[in-house]
Design a protein around this ligand. Structure first.
Ligand code: SF4
Length: 106
């Protein structure tokens, strides 16, 4: 009930609320192996297949940019909780650049 009430408020304001993919159950963190086989970087993908390249094929984004991934509407959005709180905590833990991790660190 709280959710429908808040969406009505948003619509009455005439503004459409952005959806942040980071707060969606379909936004998945994956490892991107490096050529040397000993290192990897982190990427995010949309498990629902909504992120596609202009010329076709699935698009992955660098993990450190995940908080910026937003979309106006998505029929597959599955929120995982309070978006504001989640994004605040996520931003505290995100790396500031594309880090390279060593498999031996695991
Ligand atoms: S399903 Fe939609 S909201 Fe969820 S990650 Fe994919 S594009 Fe974003």
């Amino acid at each position: 009930m709280a959710d429908s009430a808040s969406s009505e408020t948003e619509k009455q304001d005439g503004k459409s609320k952005k959806i942040y993919c980071a707060n969606c159950a379909h936004c998945k963190l994956v490892r991107n192996s490096q050529e040397d086989g000993n290192h990897y970087t982190l990427r995010v993908r949309c498990e629902a297949g909504k992120w596609v390249k202009k010329l076709g094929g699935e698009k992955y984004y660098k993990y450190f940019t995940v908080a910026r991934r937003s979309i106006e509407e998505c029929d597959s959005y599955e929120p995982m909780g309070d978006e504001k709180e989640f994004l605040r905590e996520l931003k505290k833990t995100l790396p500031i650049k594309d880090e390279v991790y060593s498999i031996s660190d695991l």
